[in-house]
Design a protein around this ligand. Sequence first.
Ligand code: FE
Ligand code: CA
Length: 523
Amino acid sequence: MASVRRDLAELSRRGLLRGAMGLAGLAALGPVFSPRLLAQALPPGDPFRLGVAAGDPYPDGFVIWTRLAPDPLAPDGGMPPHPVPVAWEVAEDPGFRSIAAAGQALARPEWAHSLHVEVQGLRPHRPYFYRFRLHGLASPTGHARTAPSATAGADFRLVTAGCQHYEHGLFTAWRHIAREEVDLVFHYGDFIYEYAGRPVGAVSAGRSTIRSHAGGETFSLAEYRTRYAQYRLDPDLAAASAAHAFAVTFDDHEVANNWTGAVGGRGEAGLEFDLRKAAAFQAWYEHMPVRRTALPQGPRITAHRRLDFGRHVALHLLDTRGARDDQPCGDGTKPPCAEVARADAQVLGPAQEAWLLDSAATRPATWQVLAQQVPMFARTFPNGAIGMDKWDGYPAARARLLHGLHSRGATNLVVLSGDVHSAYAATVAAEAEGPALACEFTASSISSEGDGSEQRRGTAALLAANPHIAFHNNRRGYALQHFTGRHCFATFRALPFVSRPGAPVEDRARFVVAAGDVALHPA
Ligand code: FE
Ligand code: CA
C-alpha cells in the first residue's frame, strides 16, 4: 500500500512544482485518507480490467470513470467489502508529463467500487488524457475532449451508436468508432441486453448466437452488474470507451424489453417492477461515465440533461422510457387502434417535456439536437401498421412537442435515434399532412440482429409509402454527425458482417441539411 501513498505524494509534488494545478487543483485533491484505509490489503490481479470511460463534457471538464474489478464476473468484482482510495490524473499529453488536474477518490463497495470523478479546471475544446492508479498499477489511458466555450463558433462532430446485443455479433463497429475523429459519442441505449444466455449456435428468431451471455435473465443488482462487466470486458467496446467522451442515455434493455413508466415489457408493475428498476438503474449508474445528477434513487432516475457545445449545438439528452405511457393497442407493430389517437399521450412526461421546451428556448444554438432513443419520424408500413413502441404510437405527444419547440424558435431541429436496428434518414412532421419541422438520423445497431442485409424484405414498398424517408439500410453500423454554423452533415457507416472478426467499415450514404431548413440533400 506504500505505493499508493507514493503515487499520491508524487502527484502532489508534481502539481506543486509545475504550478499547473493552481488552488482549485489542490482543492480537487480532496480528503486525505487515513493510513488505516490506505494500508488495507487488496486481492491480487489487475483491478482495471473493465477499462475507463469519460463522459458529459463541459467546457471546463468531464467525468472520468472506472470500476475496480480484478474478477469482473464475480458479483463483487473480486473486491473486498471496504472502500478503496484511488489516485487519478488528467494530463495534456499521453505521457502524463503535463498534469492538468489530479486527485484521489474513494471507490466504495456500495457502488461496486466504481468511480465517477467530475474533473474541473480544464481548458475548453482541448484534448486531454486521463488514468487511474492503484498499488502502483495504472489503468489504461483514456482520451476525451472538453466542450467548446459557450461563445465559440466551433464545428462539432459526434457518433450516434447503440444496440449492442452481445450474443448477436462482435463489437467491431466500436473498434472503428475508436478511430473516428469526433468530439463525442452519443450512446442512445441498449448498452446491455437483459436476456438469459443461450448456447453458442442456438438460433432464435432467425439469429444465431455467436457468443453467450453469462447467466440467466437479469433481475437482481448482482445479475445486472455481471452483465455490464461482461460487456465492458469486450476489447472493441473498451477501445472506444477509452478513445472518446460519451454522452449516454438508456433505452429499454438496460431494464427490460419495451418497459415504460410504471410497467414492464411483460406487464409487470408495482413493487416487483420497482425493485427491478432500482437494481437496473444502480448497475447502469455504476458502469456509465455520468455526473451525480444521474444518481438513481431507488426506482427513480433523472437522466435527461443538456450538454452545450459552443454557439452551434445544444444537445438535449432525453429519457423516452421513464415517464412514458404504456404502449397503446397492446404494443407491437400493427394498424393503429383508437387508443393511438389519445390526446394526452406522454412519451417524455409533463415535467421533462416542460424542461425541454424551456431548455431549447433559453439556450439559443444554431442546432437544437434531440438525442434520444426511438424513431420520431413517421414509419407507416404498406399494410398500415405502425410501431407502437416508437413515437408513432404517441402522435399527440409528437405533435405537441414539435409545435412547442417550433413556436419557441427551435427551427434547426435535429433528432437522433436508434432502437430499430437499421439506419434511416428522414424528416419529421407534426401531422401526417403537415410540413417537416425536423430532420432525423437513426443509427443502426452495433451488433443487434447480426449480419443483417442491405435492405429488408419490403423496404422498397416502405420507402414508396413514406416519401419523407430518404434512406434505409439494414447492416450494422453507426451514424456520424458534423455540425457547423451553416450545415449539418450526416454519414452512415456500415459493416458488411459482425459474425466474424475483421469487418471493414464502409460508407452507405451521406446527407447535408442547411441551417434554416430541414430538407435532406445527398452530399
Ligand atoms: Fe436494441
Ligand atoms: Ca431498444
